[in-house]
Design a protein around this ligand. Structure first.
Ligand SMILES: [Zn+2]
Length: 495
């Protein structure tokens, strides 16, 4: 909590003079600097939408590339594992020359608008291929994310990762499409798809071991990131033939069943790309078949990360609805087109009633979709009572962090109480197992009976202690409420 002090002055200016914390500070009246200082230590609960492959700052990638002896393709400004071909230079040459280094960082991020005459969308989605590191760096990337969240007083993350992509998609290609999801599923199992699970478990062990080593966990110099609880979402690529996407998803289902660290599925890649549009309906039916409409395995899906610039308007009418109603998604990534979907009011009411959350990515949408924070439908979602959380998406490419998304939400009209709800939603709607600390997620007035009157206390007592001990979700919520109480206590002193 050391970092709390700098924003106290900001609060003293912005908060109504004579109030207790009950009248929270008016964030809209804060200057950008005051808001930045306020948002960094504000406990943000959990980050539910973060792709490990897009999270790393370009500077870290360059440093790892130098250590690992990688090269840079001088025309593409992309990392290459091999230095044998023409047109490459050692990464070390890029680290040693400011002009080269700067151009490379431009290539790996969206910081330079119009770079290579690409739109934000194209620059963003093509950068993944230019950022490729050796697989052994997954643990380094994980450590960077966890330390970054801890630095922002946030201690839960669900990260999207793509394990065993070559083997699983290869098997999908070998088996082919058998006419419908059920028959294809049987053929993939017959071909031995689920036998890839042990390799994923050992890959997970390896990258977690490396992350703990980088963060010096268990030593006196342990980084704050060691305190962050992390789970993984198995992401499948929605491009290529559907049997290849299905092989990934089916392996994801088996992985979630086998390893507690893996908690759900995701479907990724540009939603406006040709295959994503062509197979959208097939993908929804595949997810429904594999997960029993989300009943068997938790499902979060990218849906509605679209605008009329990217797709024919008819495509804006049904992606979120299909993800919820056909695939059984419990969470929607982005949902930016939701107000433009057919009968959007009814869809929003259904999501509010079912508790389907939207993972809102304000700054990613600004960079990729050119939707300004003040125009983002997050305001509409709040008005309609649709649960929402805030997340970064790909902070290494957008060159942002979670606290920036929280600050941007204020430009969207979000109040302190809205942000408190978004942060609590980041744990309540996570795929952590166990009973929650709250009976009314997205409202947060009714604690679980066992914990009534205790929330925010130092240590849970009696049956509340039992609940916190047996439930992963309640444990993270308990920790968040303590952090929140400490944050508000510090802040109220400044008023
Ligand atoms: Zn995403």
């Amino acid at each position: 909590m050391k970092r709390i002090l700098p924003f106290l002055a900001a609060l003293a200016i912005a908060a109504p003079a004579s109030t207790a914390w009950g009248a929270a500070p008016d964030l809209a009246k804060m200057s950008p600097s005051d808001l930045a200082a306020f948002m960094l230590p504000f406990p943000k609960g959990g980050e539910l939408h973060n792709h490990l492959g897009g999270s790393t700052p370009a500077e870290d990638l360059l440093a790892w590339a130098v250590e690992d002896g990688l090269c840079v393709d001088t025309a593409e400004l992309a990392f290459r594992a091999s230095c044998a071909s023409d047109g490459v230079k050692p990464a070390a040459a890029y680290a040693a020359d400011e002009a080269l280094r700067s151009a490379l960082i431009d290539s790996l991020t969206v910081r330079h608008p119009g770079f290579r005459d690409r739109s934000g969308h194209d620059q963003f989605f093509t950068s993944f291929a230019r950022r490729r590191m050796l697989p052994k760096r997954d643990g380094d990337a994980l450590a960077e994310v966890l330390d970054g969240l801890a630095r922002q007083n946030t201690f839960y993350a669900e990260l999207m990762v793509t394990p065993q992509i070559v083997a699983s998609r290869g098997l999908g290609a070998q088996v082919g499409w058998k006419g419908d999801p059920a028959a294809t599923r049987a053929a993939l199992s017959e071909a031995g798809l689920e036998k890839l699970v042990p390799a994923i478990v050992s890959d997970t062990d390896a990258f977690e071991r490396r992350a703990r080593e980088v963060m010096a966990c268990g030593n006196l110099q342990a980084h704050p990131g060691c305190q962050v609880t992390v789970r993984y979402l198995f992401q499948a690529i929605r491009q290529g033939p559907p049997e290849q996407t299905m092989a990934q998803l089916q392996l994801g289902v088996a992985t979630v069943a086998a390893d507690k660290r893996w908690v759900g599925l995701q479907l990724v890649a540009p939603e406006d790309s040709a295959d994503a549009v062509k197979y959208y309906d097939v993908h929804m039916r595949i997810v429904a078949e594999l997960t029993d409409k989300g009943a068997k395995v938790p499902v979060a899906l990218h849906a509605g990360e679209l605008t009329a610039k990217l797709v024919p308007t008819r495509e804006l009418s049904h992606h979120v609805a299909d993800a919820v109603r056909i695939a059984g998604a419990r969470r929607i990534g982005h949902g930016t087109d939701l107000p433009q979907e057919a009968d959007a009011d009814a869809l929003a009411a259904e999501m509010a009633a079912k508790g389907v959350l939207v993972e809102v990515n304000i700054l990613s949408n600004a960079a990729i979709l050119e939707v300004k924070p003040e125009d983002h439908p997050y305001a509409w979602l709040r008005k309609k009572g649709v649960p929402a959380s805030l997340s970064t998406d790909d902070a290494g490419i957008t060159r942002t962090e979670l606290s920036h998304d929280y600050a941007a939400a204020v430009r969207n009209g979000a109040t302190y109480d809205d942000l408190k709800t978004a942060a609590r939603n980041g744990i309540a709607f996570s795929f952590l197992t166990g009973e929650g600390l709250w009976l009314d997620p997205n409202v947060y007035r009714k604690p679980a009976a066992a914990c009534a009157g205790q929330i925010g206390a130092e240590t849970p007592k009696g049956s509340c202690a039992d609940l916190v001990a047996r439930s992963d979700k309640a444990r993270e919520q308990w920790r968040h409420e303590r952090l929140l109480k400490a944050f508000e206590a510090q802040a109220s002193k400044a008023m």
